[in-house]
Design a protein around this ligand. Structure first.
Ligand SMILES: Nc1ncnc2c1ncn2[C@@H]1O[C@H](COP(=O)(O)OP(=O)(O)O)[C@@H](O)[C@H]1O
Ligand SMILES: [Mg+2]
Length: 396
């Protein structure tokens, strides 16, 4: 985008000299009604400026003509007009002219080329040019936004297609590996193959999990994830998740406890997403807690009347300066735990995005070597009040 400079905006107005008499100046203003400002120039150098308004106010006053008629204009001119170089951009002039916030749209400025008078600039013209520039910028930004959006959409589409293409053969790998592992059609020889086949099966499942996470993240980023909301019973989901992760919890030498408020209301939310949030948080707790540690899952009504679901562990913790970072996609704290345990760095950002999709929030508290608590807070509007007829039946 071409940004106009002082040279483009200047009008070649014939200047006065400082010896021009006030009467001559008056005559020129009278002859040309559109003349708002006239520069005063001696030997090519600007020395002042006469504004029509200021000049006439003095000159047409009682005795003004008698007092000033024969005097040189230098006695009535503004000795400190704004002088800009021809190469200055309209934005620079704008800042200099309106930066102090005092200028009137009738004001003018002098344009010089290497110190020599070149022409006159008008504040009104500058304002018009600036308005046009702002509009063009807004249009440019909008075009860029549309382009970025289109690019993002094609990225999401690409990811969706690719993960579909990857998932189909992967499901075959997982399915057949499982079938062989179970020796459905006869014993495997030599038996070492059993180990390999179990590896194939586990790796396949792991890969599938990663592909699903990537796809979910892409969908959420593109704003294409829709909530499938129903009334859900949080304690049931917590139990389900604990049951599902029990083998890895035991294998890691950890214990897990749940503290669920007795009268916890049902939640109006997307069941799959709430389950995913819990799976992600509990598997992180398992992954980043050394043996003998404990994990607890709490679900309760929070102080603000919303629901608070928290996963606490006694693990390695997250450094304070990384607390924000790990909430961004693909960010992991570099340590022996992340290096040895698989992960893509999408678990927390996904959980956060899902909590936010429910108008909630996810927050992290952690202390190195002490443990981590990840809280998901859902707003009061998501809690389903007990149905009145149910209460009446209970009373009766
Ligand atoms: N409970 C936790 N304790 C310690 N560090 C954690 C915990 N949860 C997450 N982190 C840190 O945050 C990073 C990002 O977590 P996440 O997004 O789930 O990715 P991933 O589990 O794939 O590494 C982890 O790599 C780890 O460094
Ligand atoms: Mg994780």
């Amino acid at each position: 985008m071409q940004i106009p400079i002082a040279r483009d905006l200047a009008e070649r107005v014939a200047p006065f000299s400082s010896r021009t008499t006030c009467q001559e100046v008056f005559d020129r203003f009278m002859a040309s009604g559109s003349l708002l400002n006239v520069p005063v120039v001696n030997d090519g150098r600007p020395v002042g400026m006469v504004s029509r308004q200021d000049f006439l106010l003095v000159y047409v006053r009682l005795y003004g003509r008698e007092i000033y008629g024969r005097r040189p204009i230098s006695s009535l001119m503004n000795r400190y007009p704004l002088v800009v170089d021809a190469s200055e951009s309209c934005e620079q002039i704008n800042t200099r002219l309106f930066g102090s916030g005092l200028s009137s749209p009738l004001q003018g400025y002098i344009v010089t080329d290497n110190g020599t008078y070149f022409g006159l600039g008008a504040a009104a013209t500058l304002m018009r040019v600036m308005a046009g520039l702002t509009e063009r910028r807004a249009q440019d930004l909008e075009r860029q936004r549309q382009r970025a959006e289109a690019a993002n959409q094609s990225k999401t589409k690409f990811l969706a297609t690719m993960s579909h293409e990857l998932r189909t053969p992967l499901n075959a790998i997982i399915g057949f590996a499982d079938l062989i592992r179970m020796e459905l059609y006869g014993e495997m020889q030599p038996s070492r193959y059993k180990e390999y086949v179990a590896d194939i099966h586990n790796s396949g499942i792991h890969l599938l999990g990663m592909i699903n996470e990537l796809l979910d993240m892409a969908k959420i980023e593109a704003g294409r994830s829709e909530l499938n909301e129903t009334e859900i019973v949080v304690p049931e989901i917590v139990d389900e998740v604990v049951r599902m992760l029990r083998p890895s919890i035991t294998e890691s030498g950890l214990t897990i406890s749940t503290q669920i408020a007795e009268d916890l209301p049902t939640l109006f939310a997307d069941e799959q997403q709430i389950r995913r949030i819990l799976v992600n948080l509990v598997s992180n707790a398992v992954k980043f807690t050394p043996p003998q540690g404990t994990i607890s899952v709490v679900a309760e009504v929070a102080g603000d009347g919303g629901m608070r679901i928290a996963v606490h562990d006694t693990g390695i913790g997250i450094p304070a300066d990384k607390l924000q970072k790990v909430l961004e996609p693909f960010e992991q704290v570099e340590n022996s735990f992340t290096r040895t345990r698989a992960g893509t760095g999408l678990g927390l950002p996904l959980a956060k995005a899902m909590a936010e999709a429910h108008d909630g929030a996810l927050c992290l508290e952690s202390e190195i070597g002490m443990g981590t608590t990840v809280c998901v807070c859902l707003p009061p509007a998501r809690l389903v009040p007990p149905a009145p007829d149910r209460q009446i039946t209970e009373v009766a």
